[in-house]
Design a protein around this ligand. Structure first.
Ligand code: MN
Length: 136
């Protein structure tokens, strides 16, 4: 199973995104701030990281830099997510080592496309969970 690490300080965003990804067959790991994200990335070496840029302790920009400077985590693709994207943020995110960039609120199909491009399709969900309606 492809494992995605979501580094996001907003609990609602974390819950909604993790529910969407689990339903599509991804395994989800969660981190609530930058320091937590770096620790989780090194410990679990996920297949891809979704990195909020506005984070407590260590911001997403710095996290990306540190991930790409660490031999243990440098090959993990990182998609930066920004809630208040400014002109140039995309280039800046790529400059610090992010592999792609997307804006919040998240457009799920666009994000899933980017994820598939970077880490492949999830295997079909092997779940007994009943699908829940897309209401988020
Ligand atoms: Mn945030």
């Amino acid at each position: 199973m492809k494992r995605i690490l979501i580094v996001e300080d907003n609990e609602l965003n974390r819950d909604v995104l993790s529910r969407h990804l689990r339903r599509r067959g991804y395994g989800v790991l969660l981190a609530v701030d930058g320091a937590d994200g770096l620790a989780m990335a090194e410990l679990h070496q996920p297949d891809l990281i979704l990195m909020d840029l506005g984070l407590p302790t260590i911001d997403g920009w710095d996290c990306a830099r540190q991930l790409k400077a660490n031999a243990v985590t440098q090959r993990i693709p990182v998609i930066a997510l920004s809630a208040h994207a400014m002109v140039g943020d995309r280039e800046k995110a790529l400059d610090v080592g992010c592999d792609d960039f997307d804006t919040k609120p998240i457009d799920l199909s666009s994000l899933l496309d980017k994820m598939e491009r970077l880490c492949g399709r999830p295997e079909p969900a092997m779940t007994t969970e009943r699908p829940t309606p897309d209401c988020a």
